[in-house]
Write a protein that binds this ligand. Sequence first.
Ligand SMILES: Nc1nc(Cl)c2cnn(Cc3ccc(Br)cc3F)c2n1
Length: 500
Amino acid sequence: WQRAGYSTDVINEDLIEENEVVTGKEEVHEFKTETKKLLSIVANSLYSEKEIFVRELVSNAADALEKLRHSQMMDQGLDSGKPLEIHISVDQSKKQFIIQDYGIGMTEEEINDNLGTIARSGSKAFLEKLDKDGSGSKENIIGQFGVGFYSTFMVGNKIKVYTRSAKPDSKGYCWTTDGQGSYSLAEADNVAVGTKIVIELRDDCKQFSSKIEVDSIIKKYSNFVGFPIYLNGGKVNTVEPLWTKEKNSVTADQHKEFYRFIASAWDEPQYTLHYKTDAPITISSILYVPERHMEIIGQRQEPGVSLYSRKVLIQPKSKGLLPDWLRFVKGVVDSEDIPLNVSRELLQDNILSRLRTVMTSRVIKWLESEAKRDTKRYNDFFLDFGQFIKEGVCTDAMYKKDIAKLLRFETSATKDNEMISLKEYADRKKEDQKRIYYLLTPKRKFAEESPYFEAFKKNGIEVLYLYDTVDEFVVNHLREFQGLDLVAADSAEAADDPLL
Ligand SMILES: Nc1nc(Cl)c2cnn(Cc3ccc(Br)cc3F)c2n1
């Protein structure tokens, strides 16, 4: 290889240099006791997984770029002189993780203020107030940047922060700490506008200096962040957050690609819903019904919808977002109203239940409208996914009546594999017929041979055919539809119907 002039070493990766120079005298500051307590909470118990620190730092960097972009729109004064990008570089030999943004940066007082805000609030009061405040108020005590920065203490034993505000004539600073008791702050030269965080990783956190590991973490949580993210010089986030785009500007092809990406599937969605609302809460979502579902008996699918907040993944495959019977739906729900709270994962239940209420009724309406739009296609959907709808009638008391509109049955008046809704049955029943009649039967011909059916046939009264064992539970849970009782055709009650 050498003779042929091919180099065998790794392609020279573009790593972030640490060429800032501390010039001023270091002022050492003692962390306030409250901050120490909070640090230990954040560093030890707050986040479910250590990898979350990547999401938190990327989010802070994205917020800093957003602040710079916004202020540039307001007045020309601010500029970082660099593109609005986030750069991450990892170096296994140095066990180092560096993230740099060319965003708004921090002045000396902002550094102390940001650290102070959290300290001032005090860990106990902070967590209490957060619980109270967490119910959706954006102005809860942690600012835009929150405690995310402290998550670096989960993985680092030494943290250095170089920052320079985009405000004109700002000085560069170097903030450093070992996370124990104190931090130091000094002026520094050669600091780019924005913020660079250098983490020396703990021995048990070496995996965060592996490019492959960090690449997959970024793709998992921050793939839709609104700015390009480079890892050792390579762009990581490629798929754009389709749900934020104007609905009718998104093509079917884009939906197909996006569906395949978020559902890690190869088929195409048979139904697509791009739903945005700002009342009662801001929601921007894209939901898909896959062509086929993979739930063979016994292997329950996990929920298919992930929860984002401002394009950052909060809960992958979120359990609380839709009721279990809708686990076949794939997609993304992004709600800005999720309070930027301590770990974002400590999602307040009432936010989730409010989201679930809005999303569940919207999904039911969506399926109803698809049924109206193309009956044949909906019947095909129901043949494959009907089991989930029936589970919904049996398990979701709140929506039972609405879900019932999605049910479809064969009847004595339909052809094989042709189904009607309960509404269609009610609309074409006999004038003074007070009941919806059904027969539990494994297949059509058994029903038509049944002695009970004779009277109904003679009197031209339509009977639903219930082929599935679960259908019995469905009619027992439903009991009535639009004021008409559901009655078995072979029951004593049916026998005394004056119509027969
Ligand atoms: N990337 C980035 N950019 C900006 Cl503008 C801010 C503002 N606050 N934070 C979090 C943070 C980072 C370091 C230190 Br020291 C304190 C601190 F709160 C930011 N992070």
